[in-house]
Ligand binder design. Structure first.
Ligand code: NAD
Ligand code: UGA
Length: 458
């Protein structure tokens, strides 16, 4: 079969895999190849056990794989044979040198640019899918055009807004697709080629275009605003707990103002995930780079509140359980950074598990999808942790349960059975406010929600 165009994606991760599977699914006329340096990951993409769990992903990969979707390790062949190259490699926070702990580590990104330059034999459109600091496209252009060959490149910015756990739905029905380009004739032509791909399934009015720097910046700002809402509501949970106000009631009252909206106001033990913290720190670093100290401080406050919320949760457990956790058994319900994913990157559960271990508690960790990642996150800490998939078995004999992830299954457990199997007094710390607190109290638990009065038998 001859395809209309050949699309390559470099980086077969949480973004590259689902995004390209969706393009292949919606556009059978395009050939889509996804390459990665991680051969094990590529082998998993080619197997029945995909490397990531995402509702709906298995089905679309099954439909498209080896039809017009291919996973490969041969980057050279991929680059040579492609017309459009998406780059969705990881851009973590730098851990060394200048900007350590703040700036984006662009080493993987830059390596990709050099590989494209080395292997390309014809004109290519390069699409920034990864989240990047503003002006990265300029650096990309400079690398691509710094060789003697005559090959031309056009760099576009097309940030991804999917959230894990709902990636396929977000990709099928995006609020918007953003495409930033240079405003030159060739820039606009490349932009239109990318618009044409998305227009196969996204309503035209949802595909928005902008200049390339606005597009790069919009991605950082969107994540900063989303995280800001969580830190805002989480900061108020602390005040609720001091004043007997109820965060659920406050969030409802605030969110019913149509100017504010009700989404993303679920108080929690803190936000996690690979991006919010990294992207805010990236924004903060950029602001400091341009001498905008007040702006940087403002956005950095969101990360500070998130750290405070996680520590506050541990201190609440400590004080509720008579100021000592040493030797006590605590069961963590959930380890993923949110429900419906096995991803644990920056999960608040990692911080809380480590802090509880510091307090010499014994941990039992349960999660329907994330136990393997949890073991890797806590690798090297062998003592005092058990990993048990069944929540009943996991909580039996424990003194406390702490809900870390809002998996629906936890709301539907038989808590009378769980209560009977636990040590007494039995505690529940609901870091996601997903349980029926009154009912738990009636069963006999001492219940500590987030941002709501505690229900205790003392
Ligand atoms: P990831 O770590 O899951 O995947 C990145 C992949 O790139 C890895 O498999 C890695 O092996 C591969 N890679 C690195 N260098 C390579 C190279 N030179 N050649 C080929 N492959 C290479 O990361 P992710 O979660 O998919 O995120 C990718 C980017 O997308 C990041 O910039 C992130 O901020 C952004 N983003 C992520 C999400 C999300 O939900 N995870 C959402 C929107 C945007
Ligand atoms: C987030 C954004 O929602 C995506 O638009 C963006 O593309 C992505 O980051 C990215 O750039 O990586 P994601 O981190 O996958 O997506 O998941 P979210 O649903 O945003 O949740 C992030 C964290 O905030 C989770 O720990 C979640 O439990 C927490 N959260 C979310 C709350 O504590 N309260 C809420 O009301 C919502």
């Amino acid at each position: 079969m001859t395809f209309k165009k050949n699309i390559l994606c470099i980086g077969a991760g949480y973004v590259g895999g689902p995004t390209m599977a969706t393009i292949a699914y919606k556009c059978p006329q395009y050939k889509v190849t996804v390459v990665d340096i991680d051969s094990e990951r590529i082998a998993q993409w080619n197997s029945d056990n995909l490397p990531i769990y995402e509702p709906g992903l298995d089905e679309i990969v099954k439909t498209t794989r080896d039809r017009n979707l291919f996973f490969d390790t041969d980057i050279k062949r991929g680059v040579k044979g492609s017309d459009i190259i998406f780059v969705s490699v990881n851009t973590p926070t730098k851990t060394f040198g200048a900007g350590a702990g703040m700036a984006a580590d662009l080493q993987y990104w830059e390596k990709t640019a050099r590989q494209i330059r080395e292997y390309a034999q014809s004109h290519k459109i390069i699409v920034e899918k990864s989240t990047l600091p503003v002006k990265t496209a300029l650096a990309m252009e400079r690398i691509l055009t710094s060789s003697d060959n005559e090959i031309s490149f056009e760099v576009l910015s097309n940030p991804e807004f999917l959230a894990e756990g709902t990636a396929i739905k977000d990709l099928e029905y995006p609020d918007r697709v953003l495409i930033g380009s240079r405003e030159t004739a060739s820039g606009l032509k490349a932009r239109d080629e990318l618009v044409e791909i998305y227009a196969n399934w996204v309503p035209r009015e949802r595909i928005i275009t902008s200049n390339i720097w606005s597009s790069e910046l919009s991605k950082l700002v969107a994540n900063a605003f989303l995280a800001q809402r969580i830190s805002s509501i989480n900061s108020i949970t602390a005040l609720c707990e001091k004043t007997d106000a109820d965060i659920i009631e406050v969030a409802r009252a605030v969110g019913m103002d149509s100017r504010l909206g009700s989404k993303f106001l679920d108080a929690s033990v803190g936000f996690g995930g690979s991006c919010f913290k990294k992207d805010i720190l990236n924004l903060v670093y950029l602001c400091r780079h341009y001498g905008l100290e007040e702006v940087a401080d403002y956005w950095e406050g969101i990360v500070r509140i998130n750290d405070y919320q996680k520590e506050r949760f541990v201190l609440k457990m400590l004080s509720a359980m008579f100021n000592t956790l040493a030797g006590k058994k605590i069961c963590l319900f959930g380890f993923a950074f949110k429900a419906n994913t096995g991803d644990t990157r920056e999960s608040p559960a990692i911080f809380i598990a480590k802090r509880l271990l510091e307090e010499k508690a014994e941990l039992v960790i349960t999660d329907p999808k994330a136990l393997k990642n949890a073991m890797m996150d806590l690798y090297g800490i062998h003592e005092n942790i058990r990993y048990v998939e069944d929540p009943y078995e996991a909580s039996a004999g424990c003194d406390a349960i702490a809900v870390m992830t809002e998996w629906e299954l936890y709301a539907n457990l038989d808590f009378e059975k769980i209560y009977r199997s636990m040590g007494k007094p039995a505690f529940i710390f609901d870091g996601r406010n997903i349980l029926d607190h009154t009912r738990l109290f009636e069963i006999g638990f001492n219940v500590f929600p987030i941002g709501k009065p505690a229900l205790t038998h003392f």
